[in-house]
Ligand binder design. Structure first.
Ligand code: MOS
Length: 714
């Protein structure tokens, strides 16, 4: 395997983006377009008993109002958390009860506000400690004998850590535009799962899959929110079919809070036992808020069991079912809360032992997956920790909390937090066509959500083939171009770049065969021109290590989830170490984060620029998640209170200091031909722990919940 670093290419879509020319799903211009608006339920639970539509129908411009009567009963089962059509049973505040379609957006909004609904209320459980919250045990993990090891451990630490409900706030709102024309349904939607959206639409609308195209050309932020099937999709598609005209809905932000998936509140009771300077036992009980029918799993042990090679680990997990919309994936879905909890607990244990938190962690390297004894494909966490400590200047740290106060009274704290995230792959099908006229068309699975996946694909193709970089078209997120997998869980780049490398190798072979025996000058396009071939096309496919090639059929039939991190002969994780400096103002207790150093082991770095951006984004989000963000519930009414960016507080530029990002950049020998592991999610893992640990070091105050706000440090 070559170890030549990839070139740092500018983003292929940068110019279009900053010119405002990138077309998102809601930007598609369609003649005769109608506008839709949903009517949200005003109760937290119960039954819709009547809808009065007369007033809404009289609003000039209103074309049609869809209600539950317009939809067939939703199919049962199928793993869908809530039937994404209109139904009379209200499961959460804000659930759509009607869809108003009008000639203008203004008329749609006015019409939606004029719809009168009456309900039969039921009692509901808004919080995980409300009466009626249902505790449901879920599969946990067990390695060794944690109870026995804990009993014999010389030192232990136990406490409970809490992560709040938090909501996605993408720049691009959830939206769907649908057109029914010539017997085909075309749906434009910002989604990271265009293949699965096609499948679910077919199911909900009882339409043959082959008649549906889903297009998600560019997504303005996704991070799991746009991986779930969206609440409005079927409503808008059905309206377009009923009316025979294209229909668009852009969901207002307040409704996104109520309808889209979110990070559920979770609780983490962590007990750690140490003996002879090493952690030997973990007993960790995790639970999280769940909707009544939701299936977002409490996989909180997935990363923590892999962190430090601890031989005895007993992890339990539970759902706490309450009356909310279905929670779901949100950047670093499990390690964000669990590594905050675990890394806080490790820090507390290190202090109890009188150990330096960096030296303590370095003593816990691992080479095997404790769950199955299989080798780890690669692990350079200790290199991340050592390099991070060096870049940060950790040796200048004084251990005692409150010992690094500045002359003006500002309390300075330095903390470390580490993280891991599974490295998965998805199968890919690719068509690559190189034209004599200078164009190249690459069609494959994948979604561009701002992470720079097109840039990563271009980096591979332009390194492997002699192509015109200015005329390279990368068609992804479009079910009519290639079968689409969900691009999620940091499987995207590692999967698509190895598929691109495979396709490039096949193209080189095809070109060699075509030009056999002839010496031609020029790039690939020019050589095709010289032999009078208009174009050369190859098809390529890629499956994960040890994966049965029959998954390619599953991919053709509707999208296929990621494979890994437990592969047949190894386990693959990415790792990160974060070092954080906080400044706590002595009177107001305002926390600033002037400096972060993050060092990542994500295998080979394919696109240095977009890789750095992923980590910057993960760290900024961790600053938000740790110090700012919480979606709050008024238990009298259910639903969410702070449903806009004025009240749901996220970091602004002034909250973000210097973030120094670097990579170990050692190729993983087993995961794929390029040697890349996942990056997006691991970027955020453990950063919240590092911030909380730095706050403890600054103030001597251990805050075991997020967000950590002024009032927690008084
Ligand atoms: Mo990931 S939860 O698909 O950002």
């Amino acid at each position: 395997m070559t170890t030549v670093p990839f070139a740092d290419r500018a983003r292929v879509d940068a110019r279009e983006k900053v010119m405002g020319r990138t077309a998102y799903a809601a930007d598609v211009p369609l003649p005769g377009l109608l506008y839709a608006m949903t009517v949200p339920a005003r109760i937290a639970k119960g039954q819709l008993t009547a809808l009065s539509l007369e007033e809404a129908a009289r609003v000039p411009g209103v074309v049609r109002i869809l209600t539950a009567d317009d939809f067939p009963p939703p199919p049962q089962g199928g793993g869908l958390p809530l039937p994404p059509t209109l139904i009379r049973e209200i499961a959460y505040r804000g659930q759509p009860v009607a869809l108003v379609v009008a000639k203008t957006l203004e008329a749609a909004i006015e019409g939606a506000e004029a719809v009168r609904a009456t309900y039969a209320d039921q009692t509901f459980s808004p919080l995980i400690d409300s009466t009626g919250a249902a505790h449901e045990p879920f599969a946990g993990v067990e390695v060794g004998n944690a109870r026995l090891a804990m009993e014999t451990a010389s030192t232990s630490h136990a406490d409970t850590y809490v992560s709040p409900a938090q909501h996605h706030n993408p720049i691009e709102m959830l939206s769907t535009t649908a057109q029914w024309s010539g017997g085909r349904l075309t749906v434009w939607e910002g989604t990271q799962s265009s293949g699965p959206v096609k499948t679910v639409l077919a199911l909900m609308l009882r339409l043959d899959r082959s008649l549906i195209d889903v297009k998600s050309p560019s997504v303005g932020g996704s991070f799991g929110q746009k991986g779930a099937f969206q609440r409005q999709t079927t409503l808008v598609a059905h309206a377009a079919m009923l009316l025979g005209r294209p229909v668009k809905l852009v969901m207002p932000r307040a409704q996104i809070f109520h309808n889209a998936c979110f990070r559920p509140r979770s609780r983490h009771h962590v007990k750690l036992g140490a003996d002879a300077g090493k952690m030997v036992a973990v007993q960790y009980d995790a639970d999280h808020q769940q909707s009544r029918t939701g299936d977002f799993p409490p996989f909180y042990h997935e990363a923590t069991v892999q962190m430090y090679g601890i031989a005895n680990y007993l992890g339990t997990a539970s759902n706490i079912r309450i009356d909310t919309q279905a929670p779901g994936y949100m950047r670093t879905p499990f390690p964000q809360p669990s590594n905050f909890s675990f890394e806080s607990a490790v820090d507390e244990l290190a202090y109890k032992l009188g150990e330096d938190p960096v030296a303590f962690r370095l003593r816990h390297d691992a080479t095997i997956d404790p769950l199955n004894g299989k080798p780890l494909s690669s692990r350079f966490l200790n290199d991340c920790i050592r390099e991070g400590a060096r870049r940060f200047g950790w040796e200048r740290r004084t251990a005692a909390p409150g010992s690094m106060t500045l002359p003006d009274g500002t309390q300075v704290g330095w903390g470390i937090g580490c993280g891991a995230y599974k490295s998965m792959t998805t199968p890919s099908l690719v068509t690559l066509r190189v034209y004599a006229d200078g164009r190249t068309c690459y069609a494959a699975s994948g979604h561009e959500m701002g992470q720079g996946i097109r840039t990563a694909i271009a980096a591979v193709l332009l390194r492997e083939l002699d192509l015109d970089p200015d005329r390279l078209e990368i068609l992804i997120g479009d079910t009519s171009a290639a079968p689409q997998h969900p691009t999620a869980g940091s499987s995207g780049t590692a999967s698509v770049v190895s598929a691109a490398a495979t396709a490039a190798a096949k193209m080189r072979e095809a070109a060699d065969a075509l030009f056999a025996g002839r010496v031609l000058s020029g790039n690939l396009h020019q050589r095709l021109f010289k032999v009078r071939r208009p174009y050369l096309e190859i098809e390529a496919s890629q499956v994960g290590p040890g994966q049965d090639p029959s998954v390619l059929d599953a991919l053709r039939q509707g999208g296929f989830g990621p494979w890994g991190p437990q592969y047949p002969s190894f386990t693959a994780f990415s790792y990160i170490a974060h070092f954080v400096e906080v400044h706590v103002e002595p009177r107001t207790r305002r926390v600033r984060v002037p400096r972060v150093v993050s060092v990542v082991d994500c295998g080979r770095v394919v696109s240095p620029r977009t890789a750095v951006s992923q980590v910057l984004g993960g760290v900024v989000w961790a600053i938000g998640a740790t110090l700012r963000e919480e979606t709050e519930v008024d238990p009298r009414f259910g639903g969410w209170l702070n449903c806009d960016l004025a009240d749901y507080v996220v970091p602004v530029n002034a909250d973000v200091g210097d973030i120094d990002v670097s990579f170990i950049d050692k190729p993983d020998p087993l995961t794929n031909t390029i040697g890349a592991k996942g990056l997006g999610e691991v970027a955020m893992a453990g950063a919240s722990g590092a911030i909380a640990n730095a706050i403890y070091h600054a103030t001597g105050k251990r805050v075991r919940k997020m967000p950590i706000r002024l009032e927690d440090l008084l």
